[in-house]
Design a binder for this molecule. Structure first.
Ligand code: ISL
Length: 474
């Protein structure tokens, strides 16, 4: 492909309640993926190809099976006693009204301590208490252990959630109803966030030649600027998500995404984010349905949309992150029963919806936004199980693998994968598409997205049609 860096989603030891985002042991590889020797070999082989490897760093929470949590729960004299967010409640109800992103209250009650522990994600993903400096020191030690191995950086999972408002007060009712989550205003940009990020960077990343990209849902441009401005010494880049849905829409809404909004968003960020910040460019990841399906599920537009997205991503200003399958033009999977889903978020949401509606409407809603759409196995060939495995895969393969697979697309000059390859090669062969200014033109014309990339005497002109119909000269 010409890709330089690989980002691995979590491969650490985990009971896999949330696909590895619930870590049991930070310094061990999950059995399903192999051993630490396998990992070391992977790293060496990636480096021997002149490529880099970045890992997922999940430090807002651990699995409830992590020994810190087990000690915190079971041993009153343990040094890990306050490593998590424990709270008493006098009336038998959870200590506050915060809800989990994966349905229901964000609190688990544990008889052993007669206390509640916070989990913003699944019931097995327990939030760490960053106020505790020993916890922070242990986290930095673990990060340095990985950096000493020679990895090239980290993607930091929900890193903007690590600092919670002291006292963990109730979330505002109106905000909660509007967002669908209660309490979020008390932790998505917490009081000590900047301080923690700076401390972490000083204690770890600054001593190595590595880069960081923070996953920061909800931060928007202004806060992202504070997180990534070079002089502030916090993060190198962030993933901000506002462009993945149209304004007023959420992932589980049934609607057609209007690309004119993406155009506005990109123009706004490239013009206003600031010269000492650097953007990430992405349309997909393991938490979102496929972008082509959001824009237009009509198969007639699939290939052209796949290429249009590639063109935007690889000619805009910022660092492109291509999510596996995008290079094939993958679309959403055709799940038709809840038993085919694997994601804890989808399954919990379905069960929650059953208390309000019938099973077919519940399924319909889950299908709109399920993270499983993007988690189906990589389609290598048109052979058995898409060449992914000779065993039955853990989740259904997208049925289109006979037409959409890597082997066949590589053979076809006009395929999406070859389009990506050409664009990446062009981008890498000169600096204009990387460092050049981004100058939008004709920005007022609906359905047309045109811009220049200019560096010195070199100039690229990109002209994109965002509509379903052909455009004549305008
Ligand atoms: O799916 C979401 C909630 O409905 C998103 O907000 C998502 O959970 C959020 O972007 C955080 O994602 C990251 O942390 C989660 C994990 O499940 C995701 O896979 C990960 O990318 C908890 O670790």
């Amino acid at each position: 492909m010409g890709v330089d860096i690989i980002w691995l989603s979590p491969v650490y030891d985990s009971p896999n309640d949330d696909n590895g985002y619930d870590i049991r042991d930070y310094q061990k590889i999950m059995d399903d993926f192999g051993t630490m020797e396998d990992f070391d070999r992977l790293l060496e082989q990636v480096h021997s190809r002149g490529m880099k490897l970045i890992m997922d760093l999940v430090i807002n929470h651990t699995s409830d099976e992590h020994h810190w949590f087990q000690e915190s729960l079971n041993n009153p004299n343990s040094p890990y006693r306050d490593y998590y967010l424990w709270k008493k409640s006098s009336d038998g109800n959870p200590p506050n009204n915060w809800t989990s992103f994966f349905s229901g209250s964000a609190w688990n009650y544990y008889e052993k301590r007669d206390e509640w522990a916070l989990h913003l994600f699944s019931k097995k993903q327990m939030d760490l208490n960053w106020e505790n400096e020993n916890l922070r020191a242990d986290i930095y030690k673990m990060i340095n252990w990985w950096l000493d191995k020679g990895i090239d950086g980290f993607r930091l999972d929900v890193i903007n959630y690590i600092s919670k408002q002291q006292g963990l007060p109730d979330g505002n009712e109106s905000i909660g109803k509007m967002m669908g989550y209660f309490g979020i205003e008390h932790y998505f940009y917490g009081p000590r966030l900047h301080e923690y990020l700076r401390e972490m960077r000083q204690e770890t990343f600054d001593n190595y030649d590595v880069f960081t990209v923070g996953e920061t849902p909800g931060t928007g441009m202004e806060m992202s600027r504070l997180l990534t401005s070079e002089y502030r010494k916090e993060l190198n880049m962030v993933f901000s998500f506002d462009h993945l849905e149209n304004p007023g829409k959420v992932r589980f809404d049934d609607y057609r995404y209007d690309l004119n909004y993406l155009k506005e968003y990109l123009i706004n960020w490239t013009e206003n984010y600031g010269n000492d910040c650097w953007m990430t460019l992405f349309f997909e990841n393991h938490d979102n349905p496929r972008m082509i399906s959001k824009i237009n599920p009509n198969p007639e537009y699939r290939n052209v949309l796949g290429k249009l997205l590639a063109m935007i991503q690889l000619t805009s200003k910022g660092t492109p992150f291509i999510y596996q399958g995008q290079e094939l033009g993958m679309v959403n999977a055709s799940f038709d029963s809840i038993s085919q889903f694997r994601d804890v978020e989808s399954i919990n949401l379905y069960n929650e919806l059953l208390s309000e509606t019938n099973s077919s409407d519940a399924l319909k809603k889950v299908l709109c936004g399920s993270r499983d759409h993007a988690r189906t196995p990589v389609q290598w060939t048109s052979g058995m199980n898409a060449g992914f495995s000779s065993a039955e895969p853990w989740i259904r393969i997208n049925e289109d693998y006979r037409e959409y697979n890597i082997e066949d697309q590589l053979k076809s000059p006009l395929s999406i994968i070859n389009f990506y390859k050409s664009l990446i090669a062009i981008r890498k062969s000169n600096h204009t598409l990387i460092d050049g200014d981004f100058i939008p033109v004709k920005e007022k014309i609906k359905n047309i997205f045109c811009y220049y990339r200019i560096l010195g005497k070199e100039k690229y002109y990109v002209e994109l049609n965002l509509s379903e119909t052909q455009k004549s000269d305008q």
